[in-house]
Write a protein of this length. Structure first.
Length: 79
């Protein structure tokens, strides 16, 4: 369970799901299961997913941790 649904925490959760390739529908179900009463989570997480998918040229949109390494979410046109 998250401490709160602040924008900072929501972007961290969304970045982790997105960076690990979790589909939006599953990400929002997991978030709602772990944090009851957060009815806006699907919309907030969806907005982050949408933003990251649309910005194909953007750099350093968010960070997430995978296998102990800090990775960046970048637009699809950047490795």
């Amino acid at each position: 369970m998250l401490k709160d649904g602040s924008p900072e925490n929501m972007v961290k959760v969304a970045a982790s799901f997105y960076g690990h390739g979790v589909p939006l529908s599953i990400a929002t179900r997991v978030y709602n299961f772990c944090n009851t009463g957060s009815h806006l989570a699907p919309f907030v997480i969806g907005a982050f997913y949408s933003n990251w998918l649309r910005n194909t040229e953007a750099l350093h949109m968010a960070t997430y941790v995978r296998e102990g390494k800090i990775l960046l979410i970048k637009g699809k046109n950047h490795s």
